[in-house]
Design a protein around this ligand. Sequence first.
Ligand code: GH3
Ligand code: MG
Ligand code: MG
Length: 455
Amino acid sequence: MSARVLVVDDIEQNRRLLNDKLRNEYFHVIMAVDGEDAIDKALAEEPDVILMDVMMPKLNGIDACRKLKNDPRTEHIPIVLVTALHEREDRLRGLGAGADDFLTKPVNDLHLLSRVRALTKYKMVADELRKREASGKRMGAVDLAGSGRASDPARILVIDENERQAKRICRYLEGLHQPISHVEANQLGISGSMVDVMIVSLSNEKLDGLRLCAYFRSLESTRDLPILVVAEPDDEKKAVRALDLGASDIVIKPIDSEELLARVKTQVRKKRYLDALRARLDQSMELAVTDQLTGLHNRRYMRVQLESLMKRSNMGGDPVSVLLCDIDHFKKVNDIHGHAAGDDVLREFGRRLRENIRPTDLACRYGGEEFVVIMPDTNQELAQAAGERLRQIIGADPFPINRGDDLKVTMSGGVSTIIAPDDTIDALMKRADDALYRAKSGGRNRIDVETADAF
Ligand code: GH3
Ligand code: MG
Ligand code: MG
């Protein structure tokens, strides 16, 4: 899937220029005409990266950046400010407002694409973690300030063969952080996996900066470690190559101490954001999204997944269908054979669903003896066919209960498909439920689809 880039500029010509460059590389481009518009679009369209002009009417780029970074709904979206050349003040203010990077006008193609790619990669990781977490519990702001971790000094490894420059960089960072040069680190046995940020000079002869970037990216323990590369002003190619190899950011010589500190701060914040998401996930994940009896996803997880599928589908993406299944006369199983037998049936029912859907489909226990299969990229006809197949698989072989007996089980099902552009989960489930009701009243052991007038 290609990344979605929001381009914000009040001048149409600038927007069109960036739009053309990005579209040539198959990015999906969304546009906004000022800071306020940018915030609206960021909320509505959930872009993967924002490219924002600084000088704009209504709300300027820096204020818009600050707002976006202070909103838990948008704080994870990387923002690149686009400034006129040498506007050092703007850059520092922008970094202070939480911007992730800068591009100077006129925008250089290589710079543009490699930075957008680098930030997209970060965003994908953050998205994945956020998605998994959101399925575990309601999404809130990642509370870094509260834990005090955001402002903790960072351990920074400086890899620069030029000893004078290594010392200078360390000096810039001391006070706020805990820098260590690679010479000292070697003596103490400190490795890349033990630090928060790495600063690598691209001018090194022996410790080739590009190789180091590639190497640290390939190691499990340092895969997500922010790497800041220090580049010569006339070696842009190398800097861009470093970004492609996984470096997180570039500082161009001569090093401006304030800019260095601001860039380190951005990297530390990003890393801690991901770390905090991961830690919270580890604590609470699996249990919260799984139904204990059947091992299928639970209703909450289903809703979260459906929400993002719904959004994409409503915006013109692939159709998504759901199948709501309900075991026929299940109460009788409990009444006649006991509750344990009922549980056996539910477990077996869950197993058959799980094993007979496509890998991209999602089987969930909706509650009681009701199950839902979410089918991405599936129109109504295909979903009905899938439902029919599942119905036959359920009814074909009897279910083993109470360690020995067999029981014939059937199911009824209702199918509905997202109707873009403004369908909702509740409406979708209601239509599936209506169809299920018809299947029940029509004699059970059958699949019905929503009717056209259900809307
Ligand atoms: P219909 O064909 O109309 O769907 O009839 P039904 O009997 O299947 O539907 P009804 O909703 O009346 O009954 C569902 C029963 O499922 C009632 C409830 O006690 C039982 N049930 C819900 N959850 C569980 C569970 O976790 N284990 C067991 N054993 N039974 C459950
Ligand atoms: Mg029921
Ligand atoms: Mg039932």
